[in-house]
Write a protein that binds this ligand. Structure first.
Ligand code: DAH
Length: 356
């Protein structure tokens, strides 16, 4: 076989092989490699061309034509394979990135308010609905607002009963303490009102933390109270009873009887402890109310003239009622929670149940 024939058949073989490979290649990367392998500078076709120099001069144009035809055939095959593969790969990418919007979403877990905060919000909202303003006072108090102005003088036994946490006071300065009740907010609000040139009527609800050095099943050194008071001309015990009746029925979500039992508080005169018909047995008498049908819920009374005097309100013109309730106690009664400490241990199983 002449050199020319040999080259021709080599080119033919190369074309057949190349076209077969181009048909089989599955992606653009592989196709690129094939292109370089056959048509690149150091590719197969170039190496065939090198053999052309060995041919007699008259054969060279003939083989030149062959080489060009092969080159064109391969380029065309490569180009059309490239556009097919590009389209295929684009389609695959679109498929892979597709978002299935018909899948149902994962529900995000939401936190809930602590049961005490829920209780505070519920109770405060009932008073706000009745037209009471919301006020707050500092947790670090002084003896004047926590005791003296509330008619609990220095040597009064009620002062000792409060189990107060005191801060060490620098010499000559008034001792600071953690407030033992929210009643000092009464003093602060009335005083602020008068000092700003205002005058009653005042109707205020004051929620907040209070502190006492005490700890057992029903006592925690930190707990929450809500103080409620109203000062105006002609405020009477009947108003107090009406507000209590409305509040307790609204909070416990049922009509419950209430009764006022005479009691003693330094800051009210007369004073009364308030009982509500037992929420567990509907006033019939059970283990929890010890058969009496009544449960004690809060302390109340008509604001003592000395208290009004301490904030420069004329007790001949104005009178007022006040009461203070323990938030934990009411939440426990409403939800049948047996141990106060559950509120502060933050066991999520308890908190979840309360949040449902
Ligand atoms: N401050 C009292 C306490 O913490 C509760 C209280 C009783 C508040 C009678 C009042 C009231 O306003 O009139 O024990």
């Amino acid at each position: 076989m002449s050199e020319l024939e040999a080259l021709k058949s080599e080119l033919q073989g190369l074309q057949v092989k190349a076209l077969a490979s181009i048909k089989e290649v599955e992606n653009l990367l592989g196709l690129g490699i094939l292109r370089v392998y056959y048509l690149g500078k150091k590719g197969k076709l170039t190496s065939v061309l090198k053999g052309v120099g060995k041919l007699p001069p008259q054969d060279r144009p003939v083989i030149g034509q062959y080489v060009n035809a092969t080159k064109t055939a391969l380029s065309e095959a490569l180009d059309s394979a490239e556009s097919l593969l590009a389209a295929k790969e684009k389609q695959q990418r679109i498929e892979a990135e597709r978002i299935d919007t018909s899948l149902s979403g994962r529900t995000a877990k939401r936190g809930v308010l602590h049961p005490i905060q829920q209780g505070l919000n519920e109770m405060t909202a009932i008073f706000a609905q009745m037209g009471f303003d919301i006020a707050e006072g500092p947790e670090v108090e002084d003896e004047f607002h926590n005791f003296d102005a509330l008619n609990i003088p220095q040597e009064h036994p009620a002062r000792a009963m409060h189990d107060t946490f005191f801060f060490e006071a620098p010499k000559g300065q008034q001792a600071k303490l953690l407030r033992t009740h929210t009643s000092p907010v009464q003093i602060r609000t009335m005083k602020n009102c008068i000092e700003a040139g205002g005058e009653p009527p005042l109707a205020v609800v004051a929620p907040g933390r209070v502190y006492r050095c005490d700890y057992d099943v029903t006592h925690s050194p930190m707990f929450h109270q809500i103080e409620v008071f109203k000062v105006d001309k002609d405020v009477s015990l009947a108003h107090l009873k009406g507000v209590l009746q409305y509040f307790l029925s609204a909070y416990f979500e049922k009509d419950l009887p209430i009764r006022l039992r005479p009691h003693y508080f330094p800051f009210t005169e007369p004073s009364a402890e308030v009982d509500v018909g037992c929420v567990f047995c509907n006033h019939k008498g059970c283990r929890i109310c010890k058969g009496s049908g009544w449960i004690e819920v809060l302390g109340s009374g008509m604001i003592h003239p000395n208290v009004l005097k301490s904030v420069a309100i004329d007790s001949d013109i104005y009178s007022g009622f006040a009461f203070g309730l323990g938030v934990e106690r009411l939440v426990m009664l409403k939800h049948g929670i047996p141990d106060l400490r559950l509120f502060f241990e933050n066991d999520v199983r308890f908190l979840r149940r309360m949040g449902a």
